[in-house]
Design a protein around this ligand. Sequence first.
Ligand code: SF4
Ligand code: SF4
Length: 175
Amino acid sequence: MFQPSLTADCGRCAALCCAHHAFDSSDQFAIDKPAGVPCPNLTGCGRCKIHESLAEHGFPGCENYDCLGAGQHVVQGLFGGRSWLSEPALKEPMFEAFRMMRGVHEALLLLQTARGLALSEEEAARCTELERTLVPENGWTLAGLIEFESGPAVGEVHAFLRGLQYKAQNWAKSA
Ligand code: SF4
Ligand code: SF4
């Protein structure tokens, strides 16, 4: 089964997080920024002007942020390496795909972490089954993500993880 990387690869992305997310002026971000609006520190070619000194400029939240690999998955897997920066018409579908893909990658990470809990054979099989719903054989499409979001898969992942809570608690006690 193809496993998408759960590690951000910003060089293969298109600065999706720097425009899609909103942030509030706080100890994490120096300014207020609405969702869907490019950060003023983002250059037209998708680079951060203060990348080397984010914390010093009041943006430690950017250093702490992790898209879990959803950014490059959307840009490369769904949009063939194209970018909303050079094709503004892609902005809306790319941002929407990114929002949904972030949820998919988060669920994959949770399932990957759950595998560290000495699962029973039945639980491991269920884990694999759920992972398959998060990694479609022919890759994700925008339509597939929309359908996925309105379906039961995310709820099923959370229900499965809730069922493992007793293992996590025992593991924490013995660690
Ligand atoms: S969305 Fe992810 S991969 Fe893209 S720039 Fe942001 S952190 Fe990097
Ligand atoms: S400060 Fe830089 S890394 Fe943070 S959102 Fe703005 S452009 Fe992106």
